[in-house]
Design a protein around this ligand. Sequence first.
Ligand code: VGL
Ligand code: ZN
Length: 212
Amino acid sequence: MTERIGPEDDDLLLVIDVQNDFCGGGALAVPEGEAVVPVINALAGRFGHIVLTQDWHPAGHLSFASSHPGRQPFETAELGYGPQVLWPDHCVQGTQGAAFHAELALPQAELVLRKGFRPAIDSYSAFFENDQKTPTGLGGYLRERGLGRVFLCGLATDFCVQFSALDARRLGFETVLIEDACRAIDLEGSLAAARAGMAEAGVLTVTAGQIG
Ligand code: VGL
Ligand code: ZN
């Protein structure tokens, strides 16, 4: 599809987790994760509103494999709220790994939303934690600010970006995924599943070149 799309004055660019630990050399490096940085920097000038999310875990977080003796990263555990992938320790509050990529240049961002800070619940989505009921407050923020469509980019396509997109749809926002401004972890087919799930939920997928 080559149609051009937005952005309108009340559209939001939601930048998910562009943090050192998800980039080359990081604790949970997403293949080519840092490649999203120049794409997002270039897109940002076209949006009137930008919100960043920051994965922000306390040491010993329950999503870390290291908190489950005998378990390895990328295995799945059953937690109180359902299945949870166990990750290498990453994005620990206040560490360099949790900092935004140094070349991400978005000083105009209006809000930095931290998530995943509750020791026993992970939060992939920018809107709800992984129990699917604890809100982060972002839905209310967007409503109160009168922001309409949500354009998503960042890391990782098949985890935090996907969960954010599905929740944005669940809350009734028009939702657009900027595919080449995202990169995926792709655990056992998770990228294909994410693409299918987002399409089914009515998430529109575009490329950065279609915006503006
Ligand atoms: C993420 C796994 C664990 C992400 C965050 O940003 O996609 N993935 N924490
Ligand atoms: Zn995390």
